[in-house]
Design a protein around this ligand. Sequence first.
Ligand SMILES: Nc1ncnc2c1ncn2[C@@H]1O[C@H](COP(=O)(O)OP(=O)(O)OP(=O)(O)O)[C@@H](O)[C@H]1O
Ligand SMILES: [Zn+2]
Length: 835
Amino acid sequence: MYVQNSLPFEEETTVFADLILPVPIPKLFTYRVSRAMNGLIKVGARVIVQFGKNRVITAVVGKLHNTPPTNYQAKYILELLDEEPLVMASQLELFRWMAEYYLCTIGEVMNVALPSGLKITSQSKVQYNPDFDYAELLTEEEVGLLEEIKKHQALSYEEVARLVEDTNVNAVIKSLVGKRAVILFEQVKEKYKPKIARKVRLTPAYASGAALNVLMKELEKQPKQQEVLLRYLSFVPVQNNPALNQKGLDKAVFTQEENSLSSSLNTLMKHGIFEPFEITVSRFADIPDTPTVEIKLSASQQGAVRQIQEHFQDKEVVLLHGITGSGKTEVYIHMIRQALESGTQVLFLLPEIALTTQIVVRLRKVFGDKMGIYHSKFSDNERVEVWKGIIEGKFQFVVGVRSAVFLPFTNLGLIIVDEEHETSYKQFDPAPRYHARDVAVVMAYMHHGKVLLGSATPSLESYYHAQQGRYGLVEMFERYGDAALPEFLLIDIKLEKKQRKMKNEFSSVLLDYMQYNLEHDEQTILFQNRRGYSPYIQCEECNWIAECNNCDVSLTYHMKVAELRCHYCGHKEQVPRTCPNCGSPKVKTMGFGTEKIEDELHLIYPNARVQRMDMDTTRAKNAYQQIIQDFENEQIDILVGTQMVSKGLDFGNVSVVGIFDADRMIHFPEFRASERAFQMLTQVSGRAGRRAGRPGKVLIQTHNPAQEILSWVIQNDYRRMYDTEISEREQYNYPPFTRLIKLIVKHTDRDTAQRAAAQLAEKLLAELGPSRVLGPEPPLVERVRNQFLFEILIKLEREKINFKAAKSFIQDKVTDILTDKTLKNINVVVDVDSM
Ligand SMILES: Nc1ncnc2c1ncn2[C@@H]1O[C@H](COP(=O)(O)OP(=O)(O)OP(=O)(O)O)[C@@H](O)[C@H]1O
Ligand SMILES: [Zn+2]
């Protein structure tokens, strides 16, 4: 199936290479291969080329041939970076598919696929320093900028200039460099550097018991040098076991302190007693690597494994629907083992947030350092290590977030997608706007491998495919061990308010349960899917609300930093002391987020150990991990958080889960709202009572306890939710019965945006008909970062429509708009399978 790696070249022929350049232009570029490079260059290798007047960029060889381009003179490739392909033929095939399916260019796919450490650039770039751990040193502006840099992996000076408000870009960058938050790249060079540890050891002449005794005597007159030797021996007991000397000791042991011993160590090295050496260390060393623990599957888990295997006989994909705490992870582990034993590679996908200590540690215990980890919180260097490790055969098995689908697998036997319903599997920006679960299915097909999707609350799409017989379905309806599902209490806060029983955001019932938990050393999780202190501030006199300058959205009040912040563009400003509109001092915070709940908890329970977990408290590299660990060690009584607390966490001592503001999730104006609310409520509830003998309680605060969806959650009745929702989807032509393509038209001028969107919609409508084209309409937030948005939603039936042809038609119409001279600077985002 895969193309041959390199052409057998005759001496005389001129060789050309079609290159994949990281640019959004939908074609490959032909460059000329020099004689010297001729026999060496291979498809999938990286090369450096000049592109345009003064850009030097990294490209990947897509094809080798002997046909010169007809309409331009091919430039020479400047440099060949790899002797062996860095991008496998199987990846190229997948990337081509992604570009075609998601309506973007293969260059854009490549750009996202390659860790930036494998890319080279001639411009000065600022890159996030992954080892930076001192967020508290930064000003607010720097924090915002750093977030952007992190998001884009690296930014050029110009890009940074566009992001900072005051004109002094240099000063900001200089400060960030000074604080070691970012790294500057000036020249053309590879960014990846292996991590080196500097070590010292005794030279062979001294590495035995007898020689050491002599040496000890000799050093009696040099107490400092003797101290070096003694310290070395205390860590590396060479007297008892001379072989230990080989591994040596970190040099830092002698140099890192106030009265450092480095000069004495240097003297000893000069005299040939100690010798320095270096080793390359893996960057994953800090994740524990404990020996294998044997796990016995329960009867229900064994049953699930057997059924999955049976389905795999004739199905490519199996959906494992197992309730929260049913022990899906152990089932995965079993399947992974089998696949590895049969000699294939395995990929385990996890949603962004859940990939932390807990599950990784569980997998590490079983698979040790044969397992690679691919995560956005890891540094670029670490990602390069995984990439190369897969090619070298060091990692047969990789656990990773959505971008792990880009890794250089050649022989995938099994892909597991845990929490397959998670929306974070869908990438929104930049292109390719792919869904990692769907890509996994295609990928497995290309590799002749299998896919196991798992969830306690499957997406409607996957469950539908299972109902249709396209996927195998395996279900587990009991928790592991004798743990029971939690009991639910619906708290009518309308009633409590009337009876004046509420204490700020807390119902009396919730307070009672938390009190009980505090007294009995049991833990509580509180869930509010909104960060910050309050979502807006308002003037009591004139009703003025603080809004963002750049976006049509209210500013969130953050108490700890005493600021108003825009959650769409990152804009920040001071909190006004008086209303800017009428001058009244009665400006009040309205609504509540996690920060307010945390704050109130401190007042209500001054002695309780309260921790908040949301995007604001988990920015630093290890913050998330630390919170999880503290909670696991029961050093936290109450954990307050956004959806971060709802995902896959497994704690034994949580007996109460409290949910605020359930109504807002349920009534969100979006066709997936019921499905999402059900998933979110079920998942967060599932964190309670996960061990036998310790039943859990879930308290849901709502204005309307009679809502149907709450009864589904309480009865853990996924099927009822599914049946109700699926019939609505069918009736109104929504997925899984249709495929959605969302077009977002953007412009800084509202009229231009609207005009362009209307034009585009009209053209689409003429061909596709009114039942398939909705809009244009402004989205919930009409303006973001000073761009006005209009959305067009296209619904294409699964069966009736030729998806490929329809997409190509849509792409054409989009190109028309983008190239329309009367619509300067218009931007259109094309989002296939939009969520
Ligand atoms: N066979 C087993 N032997 C010992 N412990 C097990 C076994 N199976 C599951 N467990 C334990 O039961 C608990 C729940 O399992 P697990 O976390 O895999 O559930 P899950 O199905 O992934 O739930 P969720 O969907 O809520 O994340 C874990 O603490 C796990 O270690
Ligand atoms: Zn904004």
